[in-house]
Design a protein around this ligand. Structure first.
Ligand code: TYD
Length: 209
């Protein structure tokens, strides 16, 4: 059985992740791929319980936040992501490790080396084959996220925080341009999805060979 591909979707607040996640899953299914959609923080019961704390608990220390995210992540990877890939199905994950570098690293100032240590220790065997980074100026996304209402702790952060998050994502893209595909999310949705579809078509073709 050929291992499935692991895709993740990243970006700041209000960049259209949810809409494009559905688009990616539908596209792959139309091409005969079995897809499991999941998310972080979350994806399995323990991690979903932790998600509520992470998104809503006031006064969490950055290190506590990081450790809670990785606690959920190790459970998610071993109980769900790896077994799904082993079955030959594809996994599309709404945020993954890159988000920890962007939010806890860039945003909250935790050293990159500490995050690398956790990643290498806990989830080394589980790297996305492809990551879409939906990138848009902070104000554009923030306006959309706040218009939706019901904001979480991250959406209520300062523009400076979200700017650091954006710059950290872009830095990761520059370091790993083969894995991370940056999409300009300030363009019209049809163009964004055209770019995503082109990339996915190539990946499906290579996977089938
Ligand atoms: P988000 O993905 O924006 O979900 P929704 O679309 O429901 O608002 O919310 C998840 C939040 O978790 C997001 O603001 C960023 C944060 N987060 C981290 O800070 N670090 C991480 O490693 C992950 C996976 C998420």
């Amino acid at each position: 059985m050929k291992r499935g591909c692991f895709l993740s979707l990243e970006g700041g607040e209000g960049v259209g992740k949810t809409t494009n996640l559905t688009f990616i899953a539908d596209f792959l299914r139309r091409h005969g791929i079995e897809v499991v959609i999941t998310r972080e923080p979350g994806g399995v019961p323990l991690a979903e319980t932790l998600r509520e704390l992470i998104l809503d608990e006031a006064g969490l220390q950055p290190e506590a936040e990081l450790l809670l995210i990785f606690a959920g992540r190790v459970q998610h990877v071993r109980d769900k992501i790896l077994p799904t890939l082993e079955r030959g199905q594809w996994v599309v994950c709404d945020r993954f490790v890159d988000a920890s570098y962007a939010y806890q690293g860039g945003g909250r100032g935790v050293s990159r080396h500490r995050i690398e240590y956790l990643e290498n220790w806990l989830v080394a065997g589980c790297r996305p084959d492809l990551t879409f980074l939906l990138d848009a100026p902070v104000e554009v996304g923030l306006r959309r996220a706040r218009a939706r209402g019901d904001t979480n702790r991250f959406e209520e952060e300062t523009v400076a925080f979200l700017e650091r998050v954006r710059q950290s994502y872009l830095e990761r893209w520059r370091r790993e341009p083969r894995r991370i595909c940056r999409i300009d999310a300030s363009r019209p949705l049809a163009e964004v999805q055209e770019a995503i579809a082109a990339k996915l078509s190539r990946l499906v073709e290579t996977w089938r060979k």
